[in-house]
Design a protein around this ligand. Structure first.
Ligand code: C2E
Ligand code: CA
Ligand code: CA
Ligand code: CA
Length: 279
């Protein structure tokens, strides 16, 4: 509190106002950031656990703030959601990732699939399917190079029409992954309802998988479930050889994590890609 004698009420009100001001400032800056190309994408590679081959990557948004440097999603996504800006941001990421897909395709690079995180407003849009197709058309990205990730929270916005759209996009070759699998309450429901190609086992379960017997059982069961359903299983947040060994032993198909590669620039990714003609 600025004045002596003011109660805790005033103190909290003050810090709330400050917090709100800060949030509004970030929101205002973000609108400009989208227009001024201050956002960019890092790509985190994903590998087949058996062959060690790169199978794709996840697009992760970052913000190059003109004065404060690079901001990670944790520093601005919560405000982005709260202030109703997650839709324009997520649309930007989808389009930018599809431009990258087109560029790599044109140059004959083998990059697998690029996975993009969707938000609830994109999925809940009555034109969800058409919007995705429009981006593919605008950018010239091919559907078999795109993967769409959504969390259970995002799928709350989904209905029968979304279900039909997902089926339609699936037919065209787009893959769908359930993100943060197992962290919510209704993973199984979503598996039944939506055409899914892949489940991503959340880092939360991988972190202590070699120490925590409970986590180990959950991960084993998730891999077994995914495999039984004919889905690709991918573990995220793999940081140690021991975790990788555990996952390999229990039949997990793919991995993503610092052990294999941090989120990085498209140029750094390119250095790891093969051209079909090169040996
Ligand atoms: P997520 O989808 O679960 O993405 C994985 C996060 O784990 C990323 O954090 C990634 O950098 C981090 N990570 C990957 N491997 C490791 C590891 O081995 N160890 C550790 N400690 N962390 C690892 P990031 O980039 O900070 O993104 C955080 C979250 O922000 C994402 O979680 C996702 O929910 C959201 N997000 C990021 N980019 C986008 C986007 O373009 N659109 C939307 N809607 N959400 C995004
Ligand atoms: Ca994700
Ligand atoms: Ca995730
Ligand atoms: Ca996660």
């Amino acid at each position: 509190a600025k004045e002596a004698g003011r109660g805790t009420h005033a103190f909290f009100a003050d810090s709330m106002t400050q917090q709100l001001r800060r949030e509004m400032e970030i929101a205002r800056e973000l609108i400009q950031a989208i227009q001024n190309d201050e956002l960019f994408i890092d790509y985190q590679p994903q590998f087949d656990l058996d062959s060690g081959r790169l199978v794709g990557m996840e697009a992760l948004v970052r913000w190059h703030h003109p004065r404060e440097g690079v901001r990670q999603p944790a520093a601005f996504l919560p405000v982005t959601e709260k202030r109703g800006l997650i839709r324009p941001l997520s649309d930007w990421v989808l389009k930018a990732a599809c431009c990258q897909i087109r560029d790599w395709s044109d140059r004959g690079l083998e990059f697998g699939r690029v996975a993009v995180n969707l938000c609830a407003q994109q999925v809940g849009d009555p034109d969800f399917g058409d919007n995705i197709l429009a981006v593919l058309e605008q950018t010239g990205a091919r559907p078999e190079h795109l993967e769409l990730e959504f969390t259970e929270t995002v799928l709350i916005a989904a209905d029968a029409r979304t279900q039909a759209d997902i089926a339609r996009l699936s037919e065209l070759g787009i893959h769908f992954a359930i993100d943060d699998f197992g962290t919510g309450f209704s993973s199984m429901q979503y598996l039944r309802k939506f055409r899914t190609d892949k489940i991503k086992i959340d880092r939360e379960f991988i972190q202590d998988v070699t120490q925590d017997a409970g986590d180990a059982e959950i991960v084993k069961a998730t891999i077994a479930l995914g495999t039984a359903l004919g889905l690709i299983t991918i573990a995220e947040g793999v940081e140690t050889e021991e975790q990788a060994e555990f996952l390999r032993r229990h039949g997990c198909r793919q991995v993503q994590g610092y052990l294999y590669g941090r989120p990085q620039s498209p140029e750094d990714i390119e250095r790891q890609l093969r051209t079909p003609n090169a040996s």
